[in-house]
Design a protein around this ligand. Structure first.
Ligand code: ADP
Ligand code: MG
Length: 252
C-alpha cells in the first residue's frame, strides 16, 4: 500500500526540493514504485527529475481547476519505476482561482488517492509557504518530512510548521503523522552544523533521521542537467547519503 510523504517547510532554500528529487529517485533505484508530485509552481522537482517543460501538456494546475483527470497528468516512467505529476507556473494563481470553492483543501487528496494503490511511495514537494497548496499536500499525505538546514536560524519557523501540521491533523486529516526531520547541507568543517544538530535534537521532540545530508556541490549541480544525484554522480557523497535516507525511509 502506498505511503504518501509531503516534504514541507515554509522556509525557502532548506533542501526540500533537493530531498524530494533525490529521495524519490533513490527509492525508485531500490525498486520501489514512486510517484513524484510537484506542487511548487517553480517546478524545480519536475525539471530536476528530467521532465522538460516542453514535454508537459497538462499539469497539476489543470487537475486542480477541474480541467484534467489524474490519468491525464501522470507522466509515466520518466525514470525507471518513477512517474511524475508535474506542476507549472500557473499553479501560483491557484490560490486565487480557488477562492470560494468547496473543499479546496482536499482537491489534490481526492485525485491522488485514486492512484495511491499503484505506488509504494508518493513524494510531494511543497512550496515555501503555508498556502492552500501546502495544506493540500498535508491533507493528501500520511506523513510530513521536514528538512532542516544546518544553519544558525534552523529552528526559526519550526514551531509554526508543527502547529500547522497539528491543526491539519485535528481538523482535516486525522491520520497525519510526522515522518521526521532530516538535516541538510551539513558542513563538517564548521562547528555550527554540529551545534545546530545537537540543539535541534535537544529541543525538538520528533523523529530525527540518522542520515544527515552533507553539503555537496554535486547535489547543487545535478538539477541543471535534469538528473537526480544517483544518475548525475552515482559515487558522490550526496548520492550515498540520499541512498541511505531512502533505505531508512523504507525500513521505517
Ligand atoms: P527548497 O526546496 O527548500 O527551497 P532547495 O532544495 O531548492 O531548497 O535547495 C536550495 C539550494 O541549495 C539549491 O540551490 C540547491 O541546489 C542547494 N542545495 C540543497 N541541498 C544541498 C546540499 N546538500 N549540498 C549543496 N547544495 C544543496
Ligand atoms: Mg523547493
Amino acid at each position: 500500500m502506498g505511503r504518501i510523504i509531503a516534504i514541507a517547510n515554509q522556509k525557502g532554500g532548506v533542501g526540500k526540493t533537493t530531498t524530494a528529487i533525490n529521495l524519490s529517485a533513490c527509492l525508485a533505484e531500490k525498486g520501489q514504485k514512486v510517484l513524484a508530485v510537484d506542487i511548487d509552481p517553480q517546478g524545480n522537482m519536475t525539471s530536476g527529475l528530467g521532465l522538460e517543460k516542453e514535454a508537459v501538456d497538462k499539469t497539476i494546475y489543470d487537475l486542480m481547476i477541474g480541467e484534467a483527470t489524474i490519468e491525464d497528468v501522470i507522466y509515466k516512467e520518466v525514470i525507471e519505476n518513477l512517474d511524475i505529476l508535474p506542476t507549472d507556473i500557473n499553479l501560483s494563481g491557484a490560490e486565487i482561482e480557488l477562492i470560494g470553492t468547496d473543499n479546496k483543501e482536499f482537491i489534490i487528496r481526492n485525485e491522488v488517492h485514486k492512484v495511491k494503490e499503484e505506488y509504494d511511495f508518493i513524494i510531494i514537494d511543497c512550496p515555501p509557504s503555508l498556502s492552500v497548496l501546502t495544506i493540500n499536500a498535508m491533507t493528501t499525505a500520511d506523513t510530513v518530512l521536514v528538512p532542516i538546514q544546518c544553519e544558525y536560524y534552523a529552528l526559526e519557523g519550526l514551531s509554526q510548521l508543527i502547529h500547522t501540521i497539528e491543526l491539519v491533523k485535528e481538523r482535516l486529516n486525522p491520520g497525519l503523522e510526522m515522518e521526521g526531520v532530516v538535516f541538510t547541507m551539513y558542513d563538517a568543517r564548521t562547528n555550527l552544523s554540529l551545534q545546530v544538530v545537537e540543539n535541534v535534537k535537544d529541543n525538538l521532540n520528533q523523529t530525527i533521521y540518522k542520515t544527515i545530508i552533507p553539503r555537496n556541490i554535486r547535489l547543487a549541480e545535478a538539477p541543471s542537467y535534469g538528473m537526480p544525484i544517483n544518475k548525475y554522480d552515482s559515487k558522490s557523497t550526496g548520492a550515498d547519503s540520499y541512498r541511505r535516507l531512502a533505505e531508512e525511509v523504507i525500513n521505517k
